[in-house]
Design a protein around this ligand. Sequence first.
Ligand code: DAH
Length: 340
Amino acid sequence: MKEQLQNIEKEALSAISDCGSIKDLDALRVKYLGKKGELTAILKSMGSLSAEERPAMGQLANSVRQALDEAINAKNAQLKAAELDAKLSAEKIDVTLPGKQSLTGSRHPLNIVLDDLKEIFRGMGYTVVDGPEVEETKYVFDMLLTDEGHPARDEQDTFYITDKTLLRTQTSSIQIRTMLKQAPPIAIISPGRVYRRDTIDATHSPIFHQCEGLVVDKKITFGDLKGTLEIFAKRLYGEDIKLRFRPHHFPYTEPSAEVDLQCFKCHGAGCALCKGEGWIEMLGSGLVHPQVLINCGIDPNEYSGFAFGIGLERIAMMRYNIDDLRLLYENDIRFLSQFR
Ligand code: DAH
C-alpha cells in the first residue's frame, strides 16, 4: 500500500505539473482527490490493515493528499495568472493609433427659431399642437371661410391630392381641429410644414414652415392680441423692438392685421435688410371671425379669440442674416454647422 501511495503521488504530481489548462486541472483533482478518486479509494481500504500498520499508512496517505492539494492549488494560481496575461496582451490597446472622430450634429437654424418660439409661448401658458400635413380642404379652407373660388384655393397655388385633400397651405387647419375637439379656454401654437406651388428662388420655396397661434376665451380683444405679440417680439428680439399693425384681410379673421417689426438693424432709418422701408413684415393676425367660432360649435356671444401666423424661415433669415432661403434646405454641413 505504501508503494501504491507513492506511485499515485509521483504520477499525480507529474500530471499536475504537465497540466496546461484549468479544465484539465479540475479533471485531475477529481481523478485523484474526488469522492471516487484513486487516493480516496486507498483511504477507504485502510480498514483492512492491521492495527499496527494503520497509523503510519494513515499518516502517509494524509501527507500525499496534502501534497496533491497544494500542488493543484499552486498550479491553479499559475494557470489563472497565465490566462489573465494572455487576455491582457490580446486586448492591448494601441494608444498611438489615431482616434475615431465623432461628428457632433447641431440644431438646424429653423429648429433653433422654433425652439425659441415654443419656449416663449409655453411661458405664456400655450400648448404646442401638431396636425396632419396631408389635410382635408374642409379644415384648410371651408371652415376658415375660404370658399371655392378664393384665389388661395387655386390649383396654381396648391398641391391637391384629390378634390378634397391637399398638402396644407397653412397650419390654420389645426385651429379648426383644436376648436372642434376642445372647449375654450384655448391657447395653442401649431408649428409645422406647409406647401404652396411656388417656384424656388432666394425668397420662395414650395415647402416652408409656419407657426400659428390661437387663443379663445371670454372677453378676448384686439388688445390681447397686440400685447401678446409685443411680448413675443420683445422676447425674441429684445426690449427695444417696435411693432406696427397694418390693416389687412384674411377670410378667417375680422379685423385682420399684418404686423411689421421695426428693422432691428437700422432702427427704422432704412437699410439693405429692410429694403429701405425701416420695417420688416413678420406675421398675419386678427380676431377670429365669429363665423369660424360658430363653425366649430363655439358661441361667439360668449367667446372671442385671436389668431396669428408666423413664417419661421423669415425669422431665421433675419436673425442670422441669411440672404437665400435655399440654404435652409440644401443640408450643406458647411452652412449648417455655423448654428448651435
Ligand atoms: N395663414 C396666414 C398666412 O399663411 C397667416 C395668418 C393670418 C394666420 C391670420 C392666422 C391668422 O391664424 O389669424 O399668411
